[in-house]
Design a protein. Structure first.
Length: 585
């Protein structure tokens, strides 16, 4: 009897903790009690057999005592069984109510609404520029408009500070079905200027559309449609031919770099990808014949024709007009006549060489230059002219040293393509009959980006744009027509008040800068940028070259230097990735 384990012997229970431990301990206690009861029964049986010669009274008394003890143990077992059940019920209820622990997931800074994902973007900026020569410009340097030294502006410095390059954007995406993605993207800044815009007191300028377009992507079939305003198809991409993957120079200057080929214009684009290495695309884009020398009211001295009838004598060439009266165009600027869009076709290929993916592009461009002539002496007669322009170009982008050095290059040659270069050179001039002459031109740009640290990027670019021919011809009257006549008077290009009549032949630039990400975390990123530019503009040669410019063989040159600084906050930048776990050996 001394070896029976009772419910008071707590040391016989295994250690445990929590509600589950309590249940296990009570269950173990019940098993000990039942085992004790069985042992008592066995001992009782043995006692009866050993003492068969005792009297019936003693045997009956002992059996009654054992039965009482067994009954007492059974009551305790039933009581502990009820307690075990109550503890188990409470434990199950607690586990059902308490969610398993999971670490907090950081907000991805996107909004989700009925299957639509909304991704905000943009930055707040405060920027400044200091130029060695005043151009009366904000943050889009007119590279082809560096003032000649005969202008007072060439002898004055220029300082501008602005927050107008701050930017807001939003990307809206939704899957029509698992194969079809529909997207809309909008991006605006404040570098536009309405008729009332000024910097006098309120510094009032209107928002400007940079991008505003919609896309439909059939993923499985590899077809993509874009409609709206965005980068021209001639602009270099970093991946395939896909929007928001353009390889744009990192410059603070909003006009980028001389030799960089681009426009941002309304267009309709079709793209087909063949796997992940080859893309074909075509676009119809809004045209604009910009920078026509002598455009509007120029008197020509050749002959024009209507049908097969010759119209002798001079006339008045018309190649653009000032918007007056109705409509929603700017009332104080000029727009070219257009009746055919610019067409661009492009192919992109991404082969792998030496474990490096190289992005290679080639494209062709067609543009139509449209104008008309009102011949003198023939009232009611108007002659229309179409002049074809074209361009052919290519680009390349690669990680020369992965994660360290990225390189890019782009080049184009053609006629009437001045609008597509950052230098802003002329597209065309006049023929004697009043039709437009598409100026031949070449452009190129190269650049390198060094990722010195995860926070610091260094960049350098260089580029050039050059008009290859004056396009000079002689009318029947003996008058010369073309771009920058050889008879242009350049005798006073190097002193204030002198005459400097030639037009721009060439502009080139070198620029370098850095972007330092001084903060990156859950609240976005803060970046500081610095940039230096050196630009040189060259004119065609003329007559009476100034003595101070004879070293350039009669082709006057003018330079400009500029320094930029930028402070930007990107609130929607993602937080940096977590550092890798370090394992000790």
């Amino acid at each position: 009897m001394k070896n029976i384990v009772t419910c008071d012997d707590a040391s016989a229970l295994p250690p445990a903790s929590g509600s589950a431990g309590v249940a296990r301990r009570l269950g173990g206690l019940g098993r000990h009690l039942l085992g004790g009861a069985a042992l008592v029964a066995l001992l009782a049986t043995g006692s009866v057999a050993a003492k068969a010669d005792d009297t019936n009274a003693e045997l009956a008394a002992e059996i009654r005592a054992l039965k009482a003890q067994l009954h007492h143990l059974e009551q305790k077992v039933d009581k502990h069984s009820v307690q075990i059940h109550q503890v188990q019920v409470k434990s199950d209820s607690f586990q059902a109510q308490a969610a398993p622990y999971a670490p907090p997931v950081p907000w991805d800074k996107k909004f989700h609404l009925n299957g639509i994902t909304i991704t905000p973007g943009g930055f707040f900026a405060m920027e400044g520029v200091y130029r060695s020569r005043d151009q009366g410009a904000d943050f889009d340097t007119p590279f082809g408009g560096i003032p000649e030294y005969n202008s007072p502006l060439a002898h004055l410095n220029e300082l501008r500070g602005t927050a107008r390059q701050s930017r807001v954007s939003v990307l809206v995406q939704g899957n029509y079905n698992p194969d079809v993605l529909v997207s809309g993207y909008a991006e605006l800044d404040f570098l536009g200027a309405a008729n009332t815009a000024n910097s006098n007191e309120s510094n009032s300028y209107n928002p400007r559309i940079r991008h505003m377009y919609a896309t439909i992507d059939w993923m499985g079939e590899g077809f993509h449609i874009l409609g709206g305003q965005t980068w021209s198809l001639v602009t270099l991409n970093t991946k395939g031919i896909t929007p928001r993957n353009e390889d744009i120079p990192l410059t603070i200057d909003a006009q980028y770099v001389v030799g960089f080929n681009w426009t941002r214009t309304p267009q309709f684009r079709l793209v087909k990808n063949f796997g992940s290495q080859f893309w074909l695309a075509a676009s119809a884009e809004m045209p604009q014949t910009a920078g026509i020398t002598g455009c509007g009211g120029t008197t020509i001295g050749g002959s024009a024709t209507v049908g097969t009838a010759a119209i002798p004598g001079a006339g008045t060439a018309v190649c653009n007009q000032t918007s007056i009266g109705g409509g929603l165009l700017n009332q104080t600027t000029t727009y070219s006549f257009n009746h055919i869009p610019d067409f661009v076709v492009k192919a992109a290929w991404e082969p792998t060489f030496m474990d490096r993916t190289v992005h290679i592009e080639g494209y062709g461009l067609y543009t139509d230059l449209y104008d008309g002539v009102e011949p003198t002496g023939f009232p009611g007669t108007f002659v229309r002219h179409d002049t074809s322009g074209w361009g052919a170009g290519g680009s390349i982008a690669l990680a020369a040293i992965p994660h360290w050095v990225d390189l890019q290059g782009t080049a184009m040659i053609g006629r009437g393509i001045g609008r597509y270069g950052s230098g802003g050179l002329s597209n065309a001039t006049f023929n004697p009959d009043g039709s437009l002459y598409a100026l031949p031109e070449m452009t190129f740009m190269g650049g390198a980006i060094v990722h010195a640290t995860p926070q610091l990027d260094l960049y350098a670019y260089g580029g050039e744009e050059r008009i290859l021919s004056r396009g000079v011809s002689t009318a029947t009257t003996g008058a010369l027509f073309g771009y920058s006549l050889p008879t242009a008077n350049n005798s006073g290009c190097d002193f204030i008040g002198g005459t400097c009549a030639a037009n721009t032949k060439d502009v080139w630039e070198i620029t370098a800068g850095l972007w330092d990400k001084v903060y990156q975390g859950d609240f976005g990123s803060v970046r500081v940028g610095l940039e230096y530019e050196y630009i040189e503009r060259e004119l065609f040669s003329g007559t009476g070259t100034s003595a101070g410019l004879t070293a350039f063989a009669g082709s006057p040159r003018f330079n400009e230097q500029a320094g930029y600084v930028s402070f930007r906050y990107y609130p929607f930048d993602p937080a940096p990735p977590a550092p890798p776990l370090v394992t000790k050996y």
